[in-house]
Design a protein around this ligand. Sequence first.
Ligand code: ATP
Ligand code: MG
Length: 429
Amino acid sequence: MAIKAPRGTFDILPDRATLWNRVEAAARKVFHLYGYGEIRTPIFESVKLFASSIGETTDIVEKEMYIFQKGRETYALRPEATASVVRAYIEHNLHKTRAFQKFYYIGPMFRAERPQAGRFRQFHQIGVEAIGSADPLLDAECITMAADLFGELGVGGFTITLNTLGTDESRGRYREVLSLHLRQNRDALCENCRARIERNVFRALDCKVEGCRRITRSGPNVQDHLTDADRESFEKVTNALTGAGVAHEVDGFLVRGLDYYTGLVYEFLHGGLGAQNAICAGGRYDHLVADRGGPDVGATGFALGMERLIMALVDAQRGEAKDPRTPQVMLVNVGDEPRTRIFQLVLELRRRNVAAEMDHEARSTKAQMRAANRLGAPFVAVIGEDELESGRLKIKNMHTGEETPATFDTIADVLTSKLKAPAPKHSES
Ligand code: ATP
Ligand code: MG
């Protein structure tokens, strides 16, 4: 049987890659404006890094990691990148040069989940981490930046939901009242949630089982159990967002499935994505850097799912992007004879930064003209025996029909100056 790509993975073919590149370029543009620098970390790391950062009792660590052994080391394909960025920050002593640094990353992540629409085993995230500050305005900056990226791409239709679990004191208070409420309703909870009461009670808030949701939603809300300091800090974020014109809602039951989060958490949900509607998620992780042996500094960040963002883009019909392979000129051959000369001309044009193309499929002159039209080449030159002999040819403007004479020696100059001239109105700018 023919070998196929593994379940839950997919190929990005050139037609689609254009869109991916556009999303990445928009992210880089927005992140650079906000002062974030790119970081690229390995795609696999010691499994211990993820287990200790993300948390032993999380879904990711319990069942979703791709783990492999080589020699004495056990590695995992990265399921997310925050742990790696923090590791790099500490490993390279970045805090010694500048305690506060802002990073972004773009790349594949791996989780052994059940594949479905919007959920893959190899998927891609664009994420940011601002490490070295506990300033709530930095959280507001991250959220605004993600919203700006969606704006840059023309993606609307999402809502931003925020919550905070507060610092240790608020969290301790809430843990107590929530555990009590769940114990009182223990029999109606799913098996997982019953275990969660003891192991990690906040995880029950994230349960997808309808019965469990009903019970948690009828119970205590963390927003009612915050210390004054935690409430103030949370309000600094929401007020800054309001000031920035970023619409948002507060959901006192929102939690995230990774243990390293402290305080603020948030999610961007998109209306057009069905069940897998979380397009971006993040929050503050003020203990992670110190827990991993680094300085005691605050940190915050988010990750957005590229597959879901691209689904939303296509949904919003903002999915078209000009194909970067569109030739600027096609050199059409009449008969076989001129092809070697055409090959040389095409190369010369490309080296002068003109996207030139020729036929490699033994097509008729007519079929080549049709292809030029279909590909949207603005200029075409036909080269047959006469042209080969005289070294003279005509460059045809496919929009206006106008023909400009040139020679093999001047074709590059003529085309270069024509391509610099303002484009005709009906072509894409
Ligand atoms: P979900 O609730 O959808 O499982 P999550 O809480 O596991 O999301 P995070 O670990 O916070 O997600 O990752 C951030 C974002 O990455 C998600 O909001 C989503 O857009 C995307 N993402 C996570 N897992 C997958 C996956 N298996 N396939 C595609 N995208 C994903
Ligand atoms: Mg998940």
